[in-house]
Ligand binder design. Structure first.
Ligand SMILES: Nc1ncnc2c1ncn2[C@@H]1O[C@H](COP(=O)(O)OP(=O)(O)O)[C@@H](O)[C@H]1O
Ligand SMILES: [Mg+2]
Length: 141
């Protein structure tokens, strides 16, 4: 079943500095509560979103990025969709980037695969030199 917007409004948060992470977490928490997610699922969404926002700070650097959050519905289900986009260098091999332990940064390489496990859906649109968009969805259960 197609995913539809519940309402035309969306919340947008710029991601340009460490301080923006606070607002990212706050907005995700607020929208998770609005969608009726359990406390555990709220925290999963916030944790996944924090990793994706941190990736934008690390990898997109000065190019910056943003988060857009929407309430969505599919049939009887309500949920939150969060879209993280940046104008950074892009990801050359998306499949590799989703593998546990893959990092071009010498770090843990668990951000993307870990985030994927915390939400119901995670998809990446990216190409080298063309920026990155990561979309996550968490449904109320
Ligand atoms: N927004 C992004 N822009 C460019 N590359 C990214 C972005 N997010 C992730 N990547 C690439 O995917 C790899 C894996 O990301 P992640 O799983 O978060 O692990 P880590 O950040 O620890 O390296 C990164 O090392 C980086 O090469
Ligand atoms: Mg990371």
């Amino acid at each position: 079943m197609a995913t539809e917007l519940v309402e035309p409004t969306e919340v947008v948060v710029p991601i340009d500095s460490e301080a923006d992470l606070i607002q990212v977490r706050r907005v995700l928490r607020t929208e998770a509560v609005r969608a009726g997610l359990s406390l555990v699922d709220q925290t999963k969404l916030v944790t996944a979103g924090s990793e994706l926002a941190r990736n934008i700070l690390i990898y997109a650097g000065d190019a910056g990025g943003e988060l857009r959050v929407e309430q969505v519905r599919s049939g009887d289900r309500q949920g939150v969709r969060a879209t993280f986009s940046d104008n950074g260098p892009g990801i050359e091999d998306v499949e590799a980037a989703l593998t546990d332990g893959f990092s071009t940064n010498g770090s843990l390489g668990l951000g993307l695969p870990g985030s994927r496990r915390l939400v119901d859906d995670l998809s990446i649109r990216s190409a080298k030199g063309a920026g990155t968009t990561v979309v996550i969805v968490k449904w109320r259960r």
